[in-house]
Design a protein around this ligand. Structure first.
Ligand SMILES: [Zn+2]
Length: 197
């Protein structure tokens, strides 16, 4: 069988090209001259970043993102409370979308990366490779953490105009670290590792 990890597809014209031996040198597609994405084979860093993401999410869910004091009352909201508040105010669709794109999709993305490493390392087959491959891409497409951070900043700007003691709380800085680890785990991850046989 052909080793799929040694084949790379040209995103510009669709030609399948054999990877060169030296992965540090960038390759050019022989048909259209487009630069090929010859990433290093999957790196263990991806696993560490995925585990860090999960741990940071746990910390994140405990601390408020933004807090303010109004009439001597301390108001704050963490990431889970945000979804709950939306649900409580009858924004069912919005709360489900936030729950899925901000919480579930990124979490499943990290869990799948970890699962793939476990399956490859211990040579066990818990899930079919095609299922892992498809769900990895599905959850990756549906994660919108960046959008959430931007909406937090917009919320902050709006609130600080009304209540001057509004501040980013500990959770906001955790979410930045979380998104960094999350993005890094995806950058360092090479999907062709799944199809390696
Ligand atoms: Zn090409």
């Amino acid at each position: 069988m052909i080793d799929l990890t040694k084949i790379v597809e040209c995103y510009s014209c669709g030609l399948f090209v054999k990877k060169g031996d030296n992965l540090n040198v960038s390759q050019i597609c022989p048909r259209c001259g487009n630069k090929l994405e010859t990433k290093q084979n999957f790196s263990i860093d991806s696993l560490f970043y995925a585990i860090s993401s999960l741990m940071l999410f746990f910390v994140l869910s405990l601390y408020p993102l933004i807090s303010l004091t109004l009439n001597e009352q301390q108001l704050d909201a963490n990431i889970l409370k945000t979804v709950y508040i939306l649900f409580e105010q009858d924004f069912y669709v919005v709360s489900f979308l936030v729950l899925f794109t901000i919480i579930l999709a990124p979490l499943f993305n990290s869990i799948i990366i970890i699962l793939i490493f476990v399956q490859l390392k211990f040579k066990v087959k818990i899930f079919k490779k095609s299922l892992l491959y498809d769900s990895y891409h599905f959850f990756k497409e549906w994660g919108f953490m960046e959008v959430f951070i931007i909406s937090l900043i917009v919320t902050y700007i709006k609130l600080v105009g009304m209540v001057s003691n509004t501040k980013f709380d500990f959770g906001f800085f955790v979410i930045l670290a979380y998104v960094f680890c999350f993005i890094m785990s995806n950058i360092k991850f090479d999907t062709s590792a799944i199809l390696d046989d």
